[in-house]
Design a protein around this ligand. Structure first.
Ligand code: ZN
Length: 57
């Protein structure tokens, strides 16, 4: 079973992109380039509040 996670991207401090996982609320990536966030999102193993193991679709 796979669920697609919609990571929340936010631009912080005028220079830093952060990607937040909406399932476990962890910051899964930080980068100056938004495009660089995806590689971290792809490898994020999420243990959500329901302790479901969520794989990125
Ligand atoms: Zn997560």
């Amino acid at each position: 079973m796979t669920l697609e996670i919609k990571f929340t991207h936010s631009y912080r401090f005028g220079y830093l992109w952060q990607s937040i996982c909406p399932e476990c609320y962890k910051t899964v990536a930080e980068s100056r380039e938004e495009a660089d966030l995806k590689q971290y999102e792809d490898t994020h193993v999420c243990f959500s509040l329901n302790t479901r193991l969520v794989r990125i679709a």
